[in-house]
Design a protein. Sequence first.
Length: 367
Amino acid sequence: MKTSFISSLAMQNSMRSTILKAQLEMTNLNTELTTGKHADLGVTLGANTARSLDLNRDIDRITSLVSVNSIATQRLKSSQTALDGMAKAAQEIQKVLVPNTSSEAPTLSTVAQTISNAFNNFTSFANTAVNGEYLFSGINTDVKPVDDYFADGSPLKEAYETELNAFMAAQTPPVGDFASLSKPQVEAFMTHIEGVFNGTTTVTNPPHSSLTAGQNYDFWTTFGSKASDTNMTSRISQNEVVETSSNSNSQGMRYFALTAITSMTFLDAKVDSGIREMVAMKSVTNIGTAINGLNQQQSQLGLSESRVSKANDSLEAQKKIIETHLLDIEGIDTYEAKTRLDLLQQQIEIAYSLTSRLQKMSLVNYL
């Protein structure tokens, strides 16, 4: 008969192995109770792991879209605020033009200062930037769209003076000073310069010597605005793309500049009061066109913001559905996990006690 025995060392090693396995399982259970998911998804889910990965990618994609939408929303809100500021500046011009159609020099000075301040405010709002990107440059977000009209060497100011001088030189006989233009001539110039600003009339060389001879140019986008006609777009959902910016080439901004420059030129004490009255009345109409254009731009951006908001609501709903399905796949029974954790803790405590007793066992104690 063969006799086998187990040494106390072997028993201790076996007990240590049992404790280590229990501690590892406790660690996994603690992780599961903390995250609400299986500790090792690949082992637990098996073939369903691919489905879990697909759902997690869908959640990441939605989260990315929501993040991009928050940037688009910020751009849209800031653009609308800037356009509102431009519209208020235009209203300031409108207020001083209506009651001052035949004012004398002191009042004309006040009107000129008001228009000048409004033009400066307009330029400031047109050059609004968010996160280092200009809002009204279209896709040319790193380019300041509108230069300061009152700065030395202003291209827009020089180009306007070139148009006025060319018009005066073309009269019969030529006119040497704008204050000497007759009322019909000023009216004709205002009609001409309106077409130049709104783009229906192109400009050439001559009279603009900086342009390439023989080619036609849009006056405003050549001398007044560096913006692109193409606006920024953002993908706000998987199947929806919207414009999330505007640009300074709009009719509203063109007419604002037209009104401000023409008013500051002809509402001068040297100009006949009858001509000033005609200029003021025409300018009231033009600034009204500017306000309508700016309001229309603001409305378009408001519609885009509304679409972004609705897209976010839809994305959040999709995310909740996916997360619920993902929880069904990856989630654990927390009650079961807690029960198992408590049981393991008891087993480890018993194992510790047995190990301690084994270590104290010695043949010497029985001799």
